[in-house]
Design a protein around this ligand. Structure first.
Ligand SMILES: *Cc1c(COP(=O)(O)O)cnc(C)c1O
Length: 421
């Protein structure tokens, strides 16, 4: 599928007059339409609930948009809990799916009445020792081990993943929680990341539904929900077919009707904790070409770097690039598109065919709406960019300002260290 930016060169020029590049830009219209599609796909399940994985795009303005679409928050840290609280998400609007959890985080989650998802059976004793209160509804995370395969293809390797518990530990955990007075139970698992295959959620659902039936019978507990977590991916590459969420929802229903309904468990709610699927395509990184150089290869250097978008450097991830205003020109030049970090992996693209690029061109790096800004860092003293929101009415709102040197120095108390600007 052809990948088109959701903004034009004219719009970017106008934005850049007030907000210098680089910046991350989010598309409210796209976010809302996609959120509604997800809800439609699971409308067959009356208590379906999506908990947006806050780590993907931890900005309260974005969480606010999602909240107004009836979407909650999936948190994994203290600060993410604080943000959820600030946007008015409380109680069962928050899932707390963390691992290696500090005591304060558990206490905060319990204080907000969040649904706490235990990553390990040992954490239940820890939770008791720190004096955190057991709540009516709690959840445990499952790790089935082995390889997770779809159509004989290995999608991921749960046996090597640090998350979740074995089936025997799930039983032990549910038994312990039951003894602590927990009444309603959830089962959670995250077995493969960024899947662009119709089969992921349905296969995961079947595994968790079967486990739900087994646990409900053997431990004698009420399973209130199954949390399919994240992992539904997006088409980062133009030759990939995007996920059809309606078809995914229908296939999960098939598994539900096959496994849960005959077991008399037709009140089980489906929860999801999607991050990437909810936001990635509706955000982009806008940058300007600062320099070009021609040595053994041809390079164009941007005013953005891996500190603004780490995925290519960290995972070799593909992010599509559009040179604004040159959308219809032939891609007949091969470039490495780089940032300015003193690291040779600071490349947004390697050997990418693009139109002829000139200094001053604006480029859009696609699909940075999730795990983009949030994975940013300050290496080389680079500062975090602004985040802008393209609202439904076409206006632009700055939802996070760019960092200044003062922000970078804020945690240092050193004489004379201040920005003179
Ligand atoms: C990261 C994460 C998610 C979201 O994953 P995506 O791939 O962005 O959908 C959901 N749940 C948990 C527990 C996570 O760690």
């Amino acid at each position: 599928m052809e990948k088109k930016p959701f903004i034009t060169l004219e719009q970017v020029k106008e934005m850049a007059a007030s907000y210098p590049t680089p910046f991350h830009l989010y598309d409210e219209k796209g976010i809302r339409e996609n959120a509604r599609k997800l809800k439609a796909a699971f409308a067959w399940n009356p208590n379906f609930h999506e908990y947006f994985a806050v780590k993907a795009t931890p900005n309260p303005y974005i969480m606010d948009i999602l909240k107004s679409e009836g979407i909650g928050a999936d948190c994994s840290s203290y600060t993410e809990l604080l943000m959820s609280d600030a946007v008015g998400l409380k109680g069962h609007d928050i899932m707390f799916s963390s691992n290696v959890t500090p005591a304060e985080d558990f206490k905060k989650a319990a204080e907000l009445g969040a649904i706490i998802n235990f990553d390990d059976v040992s954490l239940i004793d820890f939770y008791e020792e720190i004096g955190a209160p057991f709540l009516e509804t709690m959840c445990c995370r499952y790790n089935p081990g082995g390889n997770f395969t779809l159509h004989n293809e290995i999608m991921d390797t749960p046996k090597d993943a640090k998350y979740g518990m074995t089936k025997e530990q799930m039983k032990e955990a549910f038994t312990k929680l039951k003894a602590h007075g927990v009444k309603h139970f959830g089962i959670h698992a995250f077995l493969a990341s960024n899947t662009v295959a119709l089969g992921y959620y349905p296969k995961l659902a079947r595994i968790l539904f079967e486990l739900a039936v087994e646990l409900s019978k053997e431990v004698g507990v009420h399973i209130a929900f199954v949390n399919l977590s994240g992992g539904v991916g997006i088409a980062y590459r133009p030759d990939q077919e995007p996920n059809d969420i309606m078809a995914i929802g229908a296939a999960v229903k098939e598994a539900y009707d096959d496994v849960l309904v005959p077991a008399g468990m037709d009140d089980v709610a489906i929860f999801t904790e999607l991050g990437r699927f909810m936001l990635a395509p509706y955000g982009c990184l806008v940058a300007k070409v600062l320099h070009e150089k021609h040595i053994w290869k041809d390079y164009v250097g941007l005013d953005a770097c891996a500190a603004n978008l780490m995925r290519p450097a960290m995972y070799g991830a593909y992010h599509h690039i559009t040179v604004l205003g040159k959308e219809n020109e032939p891609c007949d030049h091969m470039y490495d598109v780089t940032g300015g970090l003193c690291e040779n992996n600071d490349k947004f693209a390697i050997d990418r065919m693009l139109p002829k690029i000139d200094i001053g061109d604006y480029v859009v790096i696609h699909d940075t709406g999730a795990h983009g800004f949030s994975m940013g860092y300050n290496y080389n003293g680079k500062l975090r960019s602004a985040e802008l929101l393209l609202k439904e009415d076409g206006t632009v709102k700055q939802i996070r300002r760019a960092e200044t040197p003062q922000d970078y120095f804020a945690t240092l108390d050193y004489p004379g260290l201040k920005d003179e600007k």
